[in-house]
Design a protein around this ligand. Structure first.
Ligand SMILES: Cc1cc2nc3c(=O)[nH]c(=O)nc-3n(C[C@H](O)[C@H](O)[C@H](O)COP(=O)(O)O)c2cc1C
Length: 441
């Protein structure tokens, strides 16, 4: 039997669904939030998903009353603090991994190292950290700052931060706690490995007061796509989340990230690229497209424009005429540069007006939408998987129905083609992803 390369699958959860109008759909979840997340985690685990991903924002994003009152996404993406959520979910599952988002700007490094080390112990080694730098001034204002740190510097600081967190996790050798009842010796201080950090941005005396996490380091996820974002991911991350719809660009991104990883002296196979996809299953292609149209009917144009504005709040896109082609914009946002570029490129390629761009973007915020039969969706995934990615971050537009259909109808097709696991091979997230446990030298 050949050892066929397997794709990785993550479930990206978000309130009623990734579509901006999901919450208005008759079949949408009703807001019994924790129970709904438990149901989604169980569907994902039954389908043998690698992990469930909880995103985060650190502000309510109430900029314009008319929009804020009509948009579930502007209020909050996740509704719960992610690590609290995934810690609880991990106790209700046994194999599924969990990715929780936390900010390098607005969380103390020592505290973050403690939180993720704890969650990794509690879950038996099933936790990952989605490293974000936080890109919006509304969040900064909640933490006593007038604005976020400038784009490129955020990443330089984040790299020092991630290195510090790793070192804190490595504070103690795996066998530092001796627990020798006969001699009365609890701890071997010779196994202490952290002796303080003082860098350009951060300072910590250490060591961590929690034993080394079961995975050594919780899995590291990063989603920056600009030059500095890519370098942070390629040097530090295990998994890269990204957005995009064009296969040639996906291949170029994939090749670039693997080359960067190699440039940092890493094995490129240990950097997994997982773009988002938003599948909508139907018994026919027409039925799948009808489901998408049904969701789109709930979109209010101001809410759609705001969903794009959220990615570039420092550029006043609300002033643009909705029914004219999107104007040429040379100004670069300090927020999410790669998503800004993705949106403008799409508009230009397709000759879109601002209204068309906003409506398209609010479906899944620039991620790939595939509406079709289970076989058609599997075909597109297989095509992308051959050269453009190592797996997918699945972003259903509506919970739970659209995700359940994917899990029950598309996953079996992928399994039959040998592209996805039939069962978990291990218990820890690193094992699911085929990533080694970091050694202490
Ligand atoms: C799938 C995906 C999930 C993300 N989740 C979050 C999140 O939860 N919180 C956050 O502040 N940023 C999130 N981001 C934004 C990234 O951290 C980053 O700011 C963005 O991709 C822009 O990167 P760039 O500035 O390098 O272009 C996410 C991005 C992607 C593609």
């Amino acid at each position: 039997m050949t050892d066929q390369r397997k794709m990785r699958l993550g479930l990206f959860v978000m309130t009623a669904g990734h579509h901006v109008a999901a919450w208005r759909h008759p079949e949408a979840y009703r807001g019994d939030m924790f129970a709904e997340y438990v149901e989604l985690a169980r569907i994902a685990e039954d389908a043998k998903f690698d992990m469930l991903f909880a995103a985060d924002t650190l502000s309510s994003r109430i900029r314009h009353r008319d929009v804020a009152e009509h948009s579930a996404h502007n209020f909050s993406t996740a509704l719960f603090e992610p690590l609290t959520l995934v810690s609880a979910l991990s106790a209700m599952t046994s194999r599924l991994g969990f990715v929780a988002t936390a900010s390098t700007t607005f969380t103390e490094a020592y505290n973050l190292a403690r939180l993720f080390a704890s969650a990794d112990h509690i879950s038996g080694g099933r936790v990952a950290w989605n490293i974000v730098t936080t890109a919006d001034d509304e969040s900064a204002a909640n933490f006593g700052m007038d604005q976020v740190i400038g784009h490129d510097e955020r990443y330089v600081r984040a790299e020092e931060y991630v290195r510090l967190v790793r070192d804190l996790w490595d504070s103690w050798a795996d066998d530092a706690i001796v627990r020798d009842k006969a001699s009365g010796k609890w701890l071997d201080l010779d196994k202490l490995r952290f002796h303080g950090h003082e860098g350009k941005y951060l300072k910590s005396a250490g060591p961590l007061n929690i034993p080394r996490p079961p995975q050594g380091h919780p899995v590291l996820v990063q989603a920056g796509s600009s030059g500095p974002g890519r370098d942070l991911a390629a040097s530090q991350a295990d998994v890269v989340f990204t957005a995009g719809t064009v296969k040639d660009q996906a291949i170029a991104f994939y090749d670039d990230m693997k080359a960067r990883a190699k440039g940092f002296g890493r094995d490129p196979d240990q950097l997994l690229i997982m773009p988002g996809i938003s599948p909508i299953v139907g018994s026919t292609e027409e039925e799948a497209k009808r489901r998408l149209t049904e969701l789109n009917e709930g979109i209010e144009i101001d809410v759609a424009v705001e969903s794009l504005h959220n990615f570039m709040p420092d550029i006043d896109i609300r002033q643009f005429d909705l029914d004219r082609p999107v104007p040429e914009i040379n100004e670069m946002t300090q927020a999410q540069q790669s998503r800004q570029k993705l949106a403008w490129d799409m508009a230009r390629r397709e000759g879109m007006t601002m209204r068309e761009l906003a409506l398209w973007f609010s479906g899944t915020r620039g991620h790939n939408t595939i509406a079709g039969t289970p076989e058609q969706i599997a075909d597109r995934m297989e095509d992308f998987f051959n050269g453009g990615c190592d797996g997918f971050n699945v972003m259903p537009m509506l919970f739970p129905g659209i995700f359940r259909d994917f899990a029950e109808q598309v996953v079996p097709v992928l399994q039959k083609r040998g592209l996805f696991r039939e069962d978990y091979e291990g218990t820890m997230l690193r094992e699911h992803l085929g990533l080694p446990r970091p050694d202490l030298d």
